[in-house]
Design a protein around this ligand. Structure first.
Ligand SMILES: C=C(O[C@@H]1C=C(C(=O)O)C=C[C@H]1O)C(=O)O
Ligand SMILES: NC(=O)CC[C@H](N)C(=O)O
Length: 927
């Protein structure tokens, strides 16, 4: 591993970042609080970058108050910004950028600010009117730090040319050197920073400085070693500083935070040198402490605009639902002496129910090193379900809640995350579960029960898993319209004509498949693949429910205790097919967009990157096939053998009863995903203080893929094949292109988690590790952070991080807009979204829906339309010729299984409708 990453937390017990070996903060004691933090008010203008909150997190570690973040499109001028801030100040409420400020404490913008940071972002400086105006009109003694796009904005304002850089460079860590010069030695931004440092670059544009000018306004402070691009600049008089690189990136972590500290110190020194901040000046000189003096007043506070005050923040952001209903009761029961296997339980009892699921750890048995978290299966069938149709399905918009086939609730204006929040907000979390045991001799189903309440703190250790019932389902990719709105509203943006225009672009998706869908899992089966232990998990909202749950548990326990290992009815048929599979056989799934079109799409991506509109785009395609109607569960069975993966899942929706419902939804998802999107769990590594309220958030993004060697003899490796395969691992590990792709997504996930996690808690636990699956090697990183679960829920985590950055690229919002256009407005549906559980104790585990088939019935109901999404990240280092192949390689993990399934053909038991009408499922009878 290259040395630039040595400051990454290898030791997961590290909660706050260490700063050993770094110079101490040089600040006057009156500005320090008890925790040595600086009492500064910084404003950060967010140009919708995917790294902004990494800056916010670092600044929040340095300052008492986290910076106030506002979107770059809240206004187009300094005056407009003032109005906007006045409005915010007058409506300070919970969950806004102002939550840390007292009402009435702040009276005017000028009094408020000690410094401004202009964030990085997509696009060109001339497209950022607000930031340009800030540089022109802010009080001249107010320090401004421009990062990347912000640096280019400074360049633009001060007359430098902003042009295309010699090469776009994204996610690469490179050496820069400081520019020597007497004035630069005094430069407070670079105080105590060595002359050569490594930093991460994400840019396509550059500021060209004219070194021949006699008295230049801008002075270069650092240059890139390899291409001499200006990496740092400052105004010759004003306290305006720019850095072209990203000090907040994990690849800059040795000196980046120091540079930000220096900026904060500079803001403190400016406070010291001003008795009243409104005495600003245009006549500037460096004073002895390296900070500018101010003499002239340029800005006066604006009166508060009464009519604007009336609009409240909570109506803009969609206020958080906090229901006062008490949390449901959870019951657990361990089944002793059963040899039941999850696949048999599904096949025998669950797949013929209209709504059922299996969150599988399909590789837990084949891969003994699989982690603790991926050794459980959660299975169940449900009576109550939630369907959500989002912005792209305007005719049916809203939430629909069904009990069996009866529509119980329609909320036309509610989005899925707001709906789920009612169940999973901090006030409704269960604090433990009742463990039930049944005495064997007791004949009565309702009697002879021992109950023991175990608090959550002990429960997870005792049973090993964190699922306590709740919602199991998925958020399709198009749920992104809602999370985008949340983000824009939080920062006060989304109102600019450019953004409004963009959000009108909507994608067409399959009408059979809701934008998001969840089952209410009140009776579930949890299986530990390692020790083969089974638990039943029941949820009761009322006392009637409670006695029904007890009966179900007792009956199920009795039934499963009698189960012995038996071969699956479909087993021999499936294995036979797998053995016959020829790996050279062409897939029958047809890509939606041909190689020629995909190549042109690739060119568009490269052009957007070249122009500075994106740093990385995850371009995708869909492959489609029509398969004669047969049992979709068999496709899943083939898939879990063919491509065993830790976040596999089967999700089956209404296939047996198509046509009987008020909404025409009917589909199945067969998923063999290797990727965790995000989980929320309690964890031993969290500090002991207030332990109950802390939960660990973990994302495990994958970026970097290469094909594995496929042994000539199915399942039998020669020594040479093993060696060749290992060589591919090493090639992937050291590939510049893949490391850059991965680094970008690591920084993006750090950003997304930093929006909700505690300041300083987000860290990279594992960087660029290689995991091997049936057909591919993958580069995987692990990012962790801590939330306070008394104020933040897993829904907040989803709001701040969905969709997973590995499926979008960076910067996320702009890149999603570009992809919409490139992918011709064809919605991705469940593919690229996430699937998993949201548990009633506040735990969550969501995968990324990739390596998956989504099945919907054809209009005549005689065949399945099978869709397999696949794609890959495009960066400046990508090659056109290999991207289409990489997409096909990823798809092939699934398309081969579809091919086998299609060849197997229907059997007599493949008509679920007949089965459900004759089969009385002993486990699903509800009393
Ligand atoms: C887009 C897919 O995969 C994503 C892209 C990857 C890559 O670019 O290397 C790796 C894993 C996924 O995050 C897919 O499988 O369809
Ligand atoms: N990271 C950034 O801020 C990028 C700035 C600009 N869009 C560029 O590509 O150069």
């Amino acid at each position: 591993m290259s040395s630039i990453f040595t400051s990454v937390a290898e030791d997961d017990h590290q909660y706050h970042r260490k700063s050993e070996g770094k110079p101490k903060l040089d600040t006057s004691s009156q500005h320090k609080t008890k925790e040595d933090k600086l009492d500064l008010r910084l404003l950060l203008i967010d140009h919708y970058d995917s790294f902004t909150y990494n800056l916010v997190d670092l600044l929040a570690q340095i300052c008492v108050h986290p910076p106030i973040v506002v979107a770059a499109d809240v206004a187009t001028s300094w005056e407009g910004l003032e109005k906007h801030l006045q409005l915010l100040l007058s409506t300070t409420s919970e969950d806004t950028p102002f939550q840390n400020y007292q009402q009435g404490e702040l009276t005017s913008l000028v009094d408020l600010l000690d410094g401004i940071v202009l964030s990085p972002g997509p696009g060109r400086p001339d497209q950022a009117p607000l930031s340009l105006d800030i540089v022109r009109k802010a009080p001249s003694n107010l320090p401004i730090l421009g990062v990347c796009l912000g640096h280019q904005i400074l360049g633009h304002v001060y007359g430098a040319n902003v042009t295309l850089a010699p090469n776009p460079i994204h996610g690469q860590v490179q050496a820069i050197r400081r520019v020597n010069g007497e004035e630069n030695d005094e430069d407070p931004l670079w105080k105590n920073i060595p002359h050569f440092i490594n930093v991460t670059r994400y840019h396509s544009l550059q500021v060209l400085l004219d070194y021949n000018k006699e008295s230049p306004l801008l002075i270069p402070t650092a240059l890139a070693e390899n291409d001499n691009v200006v990496m740092g600049l400052r105004h010759h008089l004003l306290p305006h500083f720019g850095v072209q690189f990203h000090p907040e990136s994990i690849g800059s972590s040795t000196w980046g935070p120091e540079l930000l500290r220096n900026f904060c110190n500079l803001c403190v020194a400016r406070q010291d040198s001003n008795t009243t901040t409104t005495q600003a000046t245009r006549q500037m000189t460096w004073n002895t402490s390296g900070i500018l003096d101010s003499q002239e007043n340029t800005v006066s506070p604006l009166p508060v605009l009464k009519e604007l005050i009336q609009a409240t923040i909570s109506t803009r952001t969609g206020s958080i639902h906090t229901t006062t209903r008490s949390p449901p009761r959870v019951f657990l029961h361990r089944i002793e002496y059963t040899e039941m296997e999850p696949e048999i339980l599904m096949q025998t009892y669950l797949v013929n129910e209209p709504y059922n699921f299996w969150l599988d750890s399909a590789n837990a048995e084949t891969n003994k090193s699989s982690s603790q978290q991926t050794m459980y299966s959660i299975l169940g069938a449900a009576k109550t379900r939630v369907e959500y149709y989002g912005k792209e399905k305007n005719d049916r918009r809203g939430i629909y809640v069904f009990e069996e086939e009866a529509l119980k609730l329609h909320l036309p204006d509610t989005d899925v995350l707001t709906y789920l929040e009612q169940y999973h907000n901090p006030r409704r979390l269960t604090e433990g579960a009742t463990i039930l045991s049944f005495e064997k001799k007791c004949a009565d189903e309702r009697g002879c029960i021992t109950k023991l309440f175990v608090p959550e703190t002990e429960l997870s250790q005792q049973v090993g898993f964190g699922f306590r019932g709740g919602h199991v389902g998925y958020l399709g990719y198009e749920t992104r319209h809602d999370t985008t709105s949340y983000l824009e509203a939080y920062e006060g943006g989304g109102t600019a004509p450019t953004r409004k225009e963009k959000s009108r672009l909507s994608s067409s998706t399959d009408p059979h498949v809701p934008t998001a869908a969840f089952l209410w899992a009140d009776r579930s089966y949890v299986y530990n693949h390692r020790n083969r232990e089974w638990y039943l998990v029941g949820v009761a909202e009322t006392s009637d429910d409670e006695s029904a749950v007890l009966v179900w548990m007792k009956r199920t326990s009795q039934l499963l205790r009698r189960s012995f290992k038996k071969p699956l009815s479909s087993d021999s048929r499936l294995y036979q097919q797998l053995g016959n599979l020829k790996y050279t056989r062409p897939v029958m799934c047809k890509p939606n967009r041909s190689r020629g079109k995909y190549d042109r799409n690739f060119d568009s991506c490269i052009e957007y990157i070249r122009q500075g509109d994106s740093y990385e785009l995850c371009l995708t395609n869909q492959l489609e096939a029509d398969v004669p109607k047969q049992n979709p569960f068999e496709l899943y069975q083939i898939l879990r053998r063919h491509n065993p993966a830790p976040y596999s899942a089967y999700f089956h929706w209404n296939i047996g009863n198509q046509g009987n419902t008020n909404t025409p939804s009917a589909f199945a998802i067969c998923c063999s995903s290797p990727e965790r999107f995000v989980s929320v769990k309690p964890d031993g590594i969290v500090p002991v203080v207030n332990k109950n309220n802390k939960r660990l958030v973990e994302a495990k993004p994958i970026k970097g893929t290469c094909a594995r060697v496929i042994p000539a003899q199915y399942g039998q490796w020669t020594e040479q094949e093993k060696r060749d395969d290992l060589m591919r691992v090493e090639a992937l590990r050291s590939s510049l292109k893949d490391r850059a792709e991965n680094l970008m997504i690591v920084d993006l996930l750090r950003n997304d988690l930093s929006r909700v996690c505690e300041t300083g808690s987000v860290h990279v636990a594992k960087l660029m590790e290689i995991e091997s699956y049936a057909s591919v090697h993958q580069m995987v990183s692990t990012i962790r952070g801590v939330i306070d679960s008394s104020t933040r829920s897993c829904i907040d985590v989803l709001k701040s991080s969905f969709p997973g950055g590995s499926m979008t690229g960076a910067p996320k919002l702009r890149t999603m807009e570009l992809l919409d256009e490139i992918e011709e407005g064809v919605g991705r549906g469940p593919y690229s979204g996430c699937l998993g559980y949201i548990s009633l104790n506040g735990d969550m585990d969501m995968n990324i829906i990739i390596r998956s088939a989504v099945l919907t019935p054809s209009s005549d109901n005689v065949s399945w339309k099978v869709r397999v999404g696949a794609g890959g990240a495009i960066t400046a280092l990508s090659e056109r010729a290999s991207e289409y192949d990489e997409m096909l390689l990823k798809a092939s993990a699934v398309t081969k299984a579809v091919e086998v399934w299609g060849r197997a053909g229907p059997t007599d038991s493949d008509n679920p409708q007949t089965v459900t009408s004759t089969f009385k499922n002993p486990l699903q009878i509800r009393v």
